[in-house]
Design a protein. Structure first.
Length: 368
């Protein structure tokens, strides 16, 4: 029997888990009222201009923006996913991946439905490309998220799985309340956000992981339905704000894995962000709308890492290749292993007081 997409989203929760979506925990949604959104202006009549992400949606009364979760209700922009996650889980921080942020700890992770991009290779498309009414959500206000993180003994809350930019207000309030109670927050994002909301959010974040989809506008436009320039601006903003950040580049065979593109990407990172920003080159597996390409050869990732190191970057990793030795963190001075990783097992015996235990070279990151 062939299911429609809506039937799959409604009835296929267990199957979705097998496809790599975090455990979708089912529960009855309550009657939490939609909240007024931040970062918008009123235009003529009841037309609203959303200024959260670079799409700059103009939204007429009764309609929603491109993300599907921000709606004009009588001349007021509302977020209809505030406090309404469709999934949550307690994850190793390495799964995000963040390698230079509290290794070996866990992050209480959550997401709502929706995204402001449309990546054809999205591994969580069942929830990122769904409308809120197409998934089961349940009430979890910011105070409850913080309490659950504390109960799970997670020092961090992670906004992840889908795109946290679209549930900005929920993330902002949760991060602010968490910080007040000693629980940090990390944002796992595509970086497709306007500068002003990103600056405001930085005050409440401990770290950000940015998915840099590629280093060409062609890839962003044709594969992700987005634009590259705003993502690069977000990365520069994070550098200026002093927020710890790491970059992930998913290498898709023939589409963004060329030597020239990787060389240019690494040169830009070194020039604009500095040599100490970790760059993860992660492996693509066929999924969603791109199933005609094979998994990325491991040799491609090893070559990308070699290019990064040759370009002067100090920390480059091979990702999504379990057990690969290039998941380890090496001292840029003496090349000794300072953090050893096997899957989610972490040995930090080579790190001492935020530096290499062998030669004392400082290793940038958030270690305690």
């Amino acid at each position: 029997m062939r299911l429609t997409r809506r039937e799959f989203l409604t009835h296929g929760g267990l199957a979705a888990c097998a496809l790599g979506v975090p455990s979708i925990l089912r529960g009855a949604a309550g009657d939490t009222a939609p909240r007024e959104a931040m970062h918008y202006v009123r235009m003529e009549g009841s037309l609203l201009h959303c200024q959260l992400c670079p799409r700059n949606c103009l939204i007429a009364d009764g309609l929603r923006g491109h993300c599907g979760v921000r709606q004009n209700r009588g001349g007021k922009l509302t977020t209809i996913v505030y406090g309404k996650p469709c999934t949550y889980h307690n994850d190793p921080i390495e799964k995000k991946p963040l390698f230079h942020y509290l290794p070996g700890t866990t992050a209480f992770s959550l997401a709502t439905a929706g995204c402001n991009l449309g990546c054809k290779f999205c591994q969580n498309w069942q929830i990122s490309q769904a409308r809120p009414e197409e998934v089961t959500a349940f009430d979890m206000p910011p105070e409850q998220v913080v309490a659950m993180a504390i109960r799970e003994k997670s020092p961090t809350i992670a906004y992840t799985y889908t795109e946290p930019v679209i549930f900005y207000e929920y993330m902002y309030d949760t991060a602010r309340r968490g910080k007040a109670r000693g629980v940090r927050s990390v944002m796992i994002t595509n970086g497709f956000i306007q500068p002003t909301p990103m600056k405001e959010l930085c005050a409440h974040l401990a770290a950000v992981k940015v998915d840099l989809k590629a280093f060409t506008q062609k890839f962003y436009q044709e594969i992700c339905d987005g634009t590259l320039a705003p993502v690069l601006e977000t990365l520069k903003l994070l550098k200026k704000a002093g927020v710890w950040h790491e970059i992930v580049v998913l290498l898709v065979p023939t589409l963004n894995d060329g030597e020239k593109e990787i060389t240019e990407l690494c040169a830009w990172v070194k020039k604009e962000l500095g040599p100490d920003v970790p760059v993860h080159f992660t492996r693509y597996y066929p999924t969603y709308k791109i199933k005609n390409l094979p998994p990325t050869p491991v040799a491609t990732h090893e070559k990308a890492r070699a290019i990064a190191l040759k370009s002067g970057l100090h920390f480059a990793y091979v990702g999504n290749v379990p057990g690969h030795p290039d998941e380890n963190t090496h001292c840029p001075r003496c090349n000794k292993v300072v953090v050893n990783r096997v899957a989610y097992y972490v040995d930090m015996s080579g790190l001492k007081n935020g530096g290499c235990a062998s030669c004392g070279c400082p290793i940038p990151g958030v270690w305690s």
